[in-house]
Ligand binder design. Sequence first.
Ligand SMILES: Nc1ncnc2c1ncn2[C@@H]1O[C@H](COP(=O)(O)OP(=O)(O)O)[C@@H](O)[C@H]1O
Ligand SMILES: [Mg+2]
Length: 330
Amino acid sequence: MITFDQTTKTYAGGVTAVKGVDFTVEQGEIVVLLGPSGCGKTTLLRMVNRLETISDGKIMIDGEDSMALDQIALRRKIGYVIQSNGLFPNMTIEENVMIVPDLLGWSKKEKKARFNKLMEMIGLSGDKFGKRYPHELSGGQQQRIGVIRALAADPPVMLMDEPFGALDPIIREKIQGEFLQIQKEVKKTILFVSHDIDEAIKMADKIVLLRGGELMQYDTPSEMLVRPKNEFVREFFGKDRAIKSLSLHTIQNLREIIGLAEFDEAITDTKTINVHHDLRNSLSMLLNQEAEQVIVSDDNGNKLGAITIDLVQKYLHFEIKAKPALVQKG
Ligand SMILES: Nc1ncnc2c1ncn2[C@@H]1O[C@H](COP(=O)(O)OP(=O)(O)O)[C@@H](O)[C@H]1O
Ligand SMILES: [Mg+2]
């Protein structure tokens, strides 16, 4: 758990980058720090592992004042991932990943086992890649290595500063999904910086929206989309925020609450979608095909009914407003 208590940062030049911010990141949650460039996201993150000093207020990590922890204790507790992956070019992949365990004095055997386990989590062979150098890997592979390096000593807390920001959109989406899968298993307490709304909605259990160093709203993605607290939040998520919130709900949620339509056997060229898909996918399928309905099937391919634009609209108007956040992450 990380608690920010009136946390404030004024740089030597006089810029106050973070102004009296208060919020708590619960154990096992991903909290995304979101906001326009220069709003203080990186500063806020770097105060947690003391790469920046705190000017006023404090940060508590699992009940301990961050200022009271020594460097070794900090390294043990906090993994750090940055956009430019920070791998050392003259060290092998294995050496890079094992930097912190090395510092902590792990045995050779412990390190080997840990390295192989971490590589397995990202779907790369430890034997094949361990002796290679960072430049021999693709950008996506390097970024994955950056992530497992931060996980190496199994720290309870992870700080991630736009970790996937330098990757092309397709690889980024893939790594985001992969990371959510890993998080299901490792359940770290994560502060994740992003300036990308879609990424924030996808990754976050909760979002901290910042503007000029001040906290505008701290809420679940769907609360923030559906009930913005002020004009800035409303504008930031934009006019299509209702559509964006659809990605947080599945066809199954709609089925349980308002039910599906009967499918018309006479329509033969209709596509089929699995009931666990999200409503944003469903809507784009509906909009991209001529037919007025898409057939919904369960995992065994049984037809459960059909989904129509009308149904999605009905759900959007009545249910999302009443019951946000039906979908579990990951
Ligand atoms: N080392 C520094 N010295 C002085 N001002 C800084 C320093 N780092 C960041 N700033 C200023 O603090 C503000 C917040 O920056 P930053 O935390 O990097 O924002 P973000 O990560 O949201 O883009 C900006 O106005 C930036 O210019
Ligand atoms: Mg930044």
